[in-house]
Structure formats: C-alpha cells, structure tokens
Design a protein around this ligand. Structure first.
Ligand code: NDP
Ligand code: MG
Length: 378
C-alpha cells in the first residue's frame, strides 16, 4: 500500500487521479489533498478518502472549511503549502497548474520517494533546476503528460531510440481559417475534440503552445536533441507518441484519450495495474497521421525557437502565455491577442541566463507585468 499526496486534487488531473485510487484501494492510500480554493469539491474528497493532511492555499477559502475531523491536519496559505510539501510520502502527484507548482515541487523533491509530475510549466521554465535536484535527492520523477508518459513507457522496454514523434490532435481550432480566429469565443476554444482538461491547457492545445511545451519536456526527460523530436498530427488521440530505432522501426504507444491510463502507470511503476478502459477492436478504429503545418500554428514556432535560444526565453514565454490566456478567459481580449502578446514578448525581452531559481521567478514576474502593460495598449 503506497501513500499518495495529491497537489491540485480538485482539478482535472487531480480528479482523474482520485478515480484511479478509488478503483485500486488495495494499492494506494490518500495521505494528503491540496487545492487552491475549491473547498466544495475538496470537502467531498475528504469525506470519501479520509486523508490525514489537507491544504487550502487561498486563506479565505480555507476559512470556509467547517467541522473538520480532528484527526485531519489543515494547512493554510502559501506557508501551509510549504509545510504540506514537506510531508514524507511514497508518491506525490503534482497537478497544480502553471508555474505555481514550481516552489512546492522543489520542496517536495526532498520528501517524496517518487513524484508523478503532471505539471509541465515547472519543466518548461525551470527543467534543469528540477531535474538536477531530483537527481541529488534520488527522487524519481515520472512524467504524467500522456505523450511524455508514452515515451517513458516505450523507453522502459528498449531505450536506444534516436528519434521520437509526439502526436497532436490539433486542438479545437484545427479546421478554422486564420481570418476567422479573431472571432472565436472562449466556449469554442474550450471545446477540445478528444480530451477533457483544465482551461489553460485546453487553450494551449488550440494554439499548440502545449505541443511546444511537450517538446521541451521530451528534451529534458530524455536528453534528446530538439531536431530529433518530431510532431505529427493525429486527430484521434489514440497514439500518444512513437519512437524510431536505428533500423527505422517505429514503436507506438496506444491507449484511448483518458488521462487515468498514464496516471495509473506513473503511480504504479514499475508495476502495472488494471486499466479502466482500453481500445477494443469491436468497431472500426481508424488511425490517421498527417504532417504538421507549422505556419498554421505560429505560437508553436515561437515556443520551439524559444527552446533553442534557451536561458530565460521559455520562462518569459510561459509567463506571457499564462497572463494572455487569463485575460482571454476573462473576456478581456480576443483570442488572436494571445498571438499578438506572444509575438510582442518574443521580440521585446532581453535574453539572459538562469543562474538560480530566483532568476526564474524574476523573469516570470517581469514577463507577466510586461504582458499586462502590452495588453492594456490593445
Ligand atoms: P486544472 O485547472 O483543472 O486544475 C488545477 C488544480 O491546481 C486545481 O486543483 C486548483 O485548485 C489547483 N491550483 C491552482 N493554482 C494553485 C495554487 N497556486 N496553489 C495550489 N493549488 C493550485 O488543471 P489540470 O488538471 O488540467 O492541469 C494541471 C497540470 O497538469 C497543468 O500543469 C497541466 O499543464 C498539466 N497537464 C494536464 C493534463 C490534463 O489532461 N488535464 C494533461 C497533461 C498535463 P482549485 O480547483 O481550487 O482552483
Ligand atoms: Mg499532453
């Protein structure tokens, strides 16, 4: 029986993780649950899973929790999050969204034996710091993101591949003409054709910023040169990644678009547990692949160029993207203004090295302020 701490338990990945645990109670026990402010959902989770520790980062929301069983310790606010991150456990599932995951993750590396890492922004903005620290503390970090998890599954049997392909569904706007994009509303962009995910990642899937981030994750986790990481459009999302061996044989990792499968693998590794659903061949199953037209996705191009520039580039782009998406979700800007903000940022920041983790937070704050300033001019 492994003890599990879930960071971001009320989000899309958090809920999927609890469903995996619900169906594998003899393998996993929830030790801690952490959320930002959704105490309604959190209270229902506490009732069902009886954790020993609970953390609510928004202090006002924490105040709304009433009649908590005395055996449960409640942590509140940013200080509480630091304490919650210091609890020893077998496995942590890190599914806080955005760069807010970075500080708790860095602390948690010292206290969890294994971290199932869904959050990708921590790897995009500070991958070297995260992975170096994990190495020093001998903490295993397993990627949950389905494409990177697929690479991990493929590498578990044979790891001498030279090239990999990540698949991309193309997101909600794949069939839209560029001239129609300025008119798309929030609801349209959030209607992902194959995955049900949190709001930011769904918007990032429409611009393919998300795929750019996954290229960075693949580079960081597998030490692959950027030119050996390809992207292929695969609308059905049944194949998550492919690896190519020296003799040009391709191996693909397939399962339905259901995050509970990579989550199960990350939690149970090196064992495997029963899957919740599978691709069966009772009906017709078509798999289509087509080349990616990079010109259709200018933000993917920016992220990939940022990755090649290195230093603070990705931290700055992530900060800009986070703010622009927040404004779009709040109906303050048009969808195409996200493109404008990222273009503006990419041509107006000063390239710098990231020497310490503080530099990451400095450039994140700088980019967010600069983006807000720019968006006010539109
Ligand atoms: P959601 O927005 O659905 O959930 C985010 C979770 O994090 C919520 O529980 C939220 O709490 C909590 N949270 C947000 N900010 C903070 C904070 N500052 N401190 C503590 N908790 C916080 O996101 P997803 O589940 O979709 O994604 C989570 C991460 O996993 C992202 O980095 C995403 O890129 C990555 N990922 C997600 C996939 C998916 O299928 N959803 C696939 C691959 C990667 P509250 O509910 O109170 O707001
Ligand atoms: Mg993914």
């Amino acid at each position: 029986m492994k003890t599990i701490n879930i960071f971001g338990s009320t989000g899309s990945i958090g809920k999927n993780t609890l469903d995996v645990i619900r169906k594998n109670k003899k393998d996993f026990k929830v030790l801690g649950l952490c959320t930002h402010s959704n105490v309604g959902a959190l209270c229902a989770q506490i009732k069902e899973f009886s954790p020993s520790y609970v953390c609510v980062v928004n202090e006002e929301s924490a105040g709304k929790i009433k009649h908590l069983n005395k055996k449960i310790k409640l942590f509140k606010g940013e200080i509480g999050l630091r304490e919650f991150s210091s609890i020893n456990c077998d496995t942590s599932l890190m599914a806080i969204s955005g760069i807010s995951a970075l500080k708790p993750l860095m602390i948690n590396i010292e206290h969890a034996k294994k971290i199932a890492l869904a959050n990708k922004e921590s790897i995009v903005t500070a991958g070297d710091f995260v992975l170096d620290k994990a190495k020093r503390f001998k903490t295993k970090i397993l990627p949950v993101d389905s494409e990177i998890n697929a690479l991990f599954q493929l590498s578990a049997s044979q790891n001498n591949f030279s090239k990999v392909y990540l698949t991309a569904s193309g997101g909600a706007l794949f069939d839209y003409k560029p001239k129609d994009l300025s008119r798309v509303c929030v609801k349209t962009v959030l209607s992902h054709p194959t995955w049900r995910m949190g709001r930011r990642i769904t918007i990032d899937s429409a611009t393919l910023v998300n795929k750019g981030f996954e290229v960075v994750e693949s580079h960081q986790f597998f030490n692959l040169p950027y030119e050996n990481i390809g992207i292929v459009i695969h609308r059905e999302s049944n194949v998550h990644a492919l690896v190519e061996f020296k003799d040009k044989t391709l191996f693909a990792c397939m399962y339905p678009p259901d995050m509970r499968i990579p989550i199960s693998f990350a939690l149970s590794y090196p064992k495997r547990i029963d899957a919740l659903q599978t691709l069966n061949f009772k009906g017709k199953l078509s798999l289509t692949f087509e080349p990616l037209r990079v010109r259709q996705f200018p933000l993917l191009d920016i992220v990939l160029n940022g990755a090649k520039r290195g230093g603070n580039s990705l931290t700055v782009l992530n900060g800009c993207d986070e703010v622009a998406i927040e404004y779009f979700l709040g109906n303050k800007i048009k969808f195409t203004d996200i493109y404008k903000a990222m273009n503006y940022m990419f041509s107006h920041y000063k390239q710098a090295k990231l020497k310490t983790l503080d530099d990451v937070f400095y450039w994140d704050t700088w980019a967010k302020e600069k983006t807000k300033e720019y968006l006010r001019t539109l």
